[in-house]
Write a protein that binds this ligand. Structure first.
Ligand code: ADP
Ligand code: MG
Length: 275
């Protein structure tokens, strides 16, 4: 059993990698569900117009649903768009709709265009009565204004890396953007976590990629590796995370272990700061 306690500040993580199909959404929803199962209160913000995170969390997100688009473009309070996932009362979702596809361009002419999500979250957290332990932001596959809003609002960056060819390709561009954000928009953003995903232990290549990433980022890479697993890829078509779809599958177990690791690491950091 796992002994974890949630009492502290709200950790805001953005799950980013400008490559598509690397496991951002899968990681966001399954880590969120695993954290909620540990007793954390978690809010997922779906910042991808495709709305895959909303789908996987079983949250309606048709075109007429109030969504993160209304928050970013019209200043609607986040509290008015939040829905609770049927999986857990601890698991909340700010859904995306197809309207968000236009936001990338609409944001260009907005006041404080890089800070709109940050301001919305600050207002939301100020007015909140209950505890909220984690906010996880699922980013679209680009380094446009939506992703920049996520980087500006977050205090941690989680990068999922697929254990395949070209895994590190594009990473220097991502890290360059992060440095720019740290200098100009958000001094507090920290690359805290790298998660190796879609690992196929039968191939030498996957092992080599994992070793190489660990060599580059020894303190950020989680020990837990997420295996490639059919159950993980099936779950969203049932509007579920793998945690509820098949909690005993290898993928679910790995995501639960990764969630525990993320919580433990934060406690280690806190005690370092305190000592
Ligand atoms: P992104 O959000 O980065 O575009 P997704 O999370 O949507 O990536 O994942 C891309 C595809 O890979 C999806 O079809 C997803 O179901 C599948 N996938 C992700 N992680 C795994 C895994 N561990 N095992 C098997 N399939 C996976
Ligand atoms: Mg995605």
């Amino acid at each position: 059993s796992v002994d974890v306690e949630f009492t502290g500040r709200t950790r805001i993580l953005t799950i980013s990698n400008q490559k598509g199909g690397v496991g951002k959404t899968t990681t966001t929803v399954n880590i969120a569900a695993a954290l909620a199962a540990l007793g954390a209160r978690v809010l997922v913000i779906d910042l991808d117009p495709q709305g895959n995170a909303s789908t996987a969390l079983g949250v309606p997100h048709s075109a007429d649903t109030a969504s993160i688009y209304d928050v970013l473009i019209d200043g609607m309070p986040i509290s008015e768009i939040i829905q609770t996932s049927p999986e857990s009362e601890n698991l909340l979702c700010a859904p995306s709709t197809i309207h968000l596809a236009g936001a990338e361009i609409e944001l260009v002419s907005q006041v404080a265009r890089e800070h709109r999500l940050r301001t919305a979250l600050e207002n939301y957290l100020q007015g909140l009565d209950e505890r909220l332990d984690f906010i996880l932001i699922d980013c679209p596959p680009s380094l446009g204004l939506l992703t920049i809003n996520a980087f500006t609002a977050a205090n941690e960056l989680l990068i999922p890396i697929q254990c395949e060819y070209y895994a590190l390709e594009g990473l220097s561009q991502l890290l360059g953007t992060v440095t720019m954000i740290q200098q100009h928009l958000n001094h507090g953003l920290e690359l805290s976590t790298i998660m190796l995903t879609m690992y196929d232990g039968r191939t030498r290549l996957a092992q080599q990629v994992a070793d190489e990433v660990r060599e580059h980022f020894p303190s950020q890479v989680l020990e837990t590796i997420i295996p490639r697993s059919v159950r993980v890829s099936e779950a969203p078509s049932f509007g579920q995370t793998v945690i509820s779809y098949d909690g005993h599958s290898a993928g679910a177990i790995a995501y639960k272990e990764a969630a525990v690791e993320m919580v433990r690491r934060s406690h280690e950091n806190t005690s370092e700061e305190e000592s």
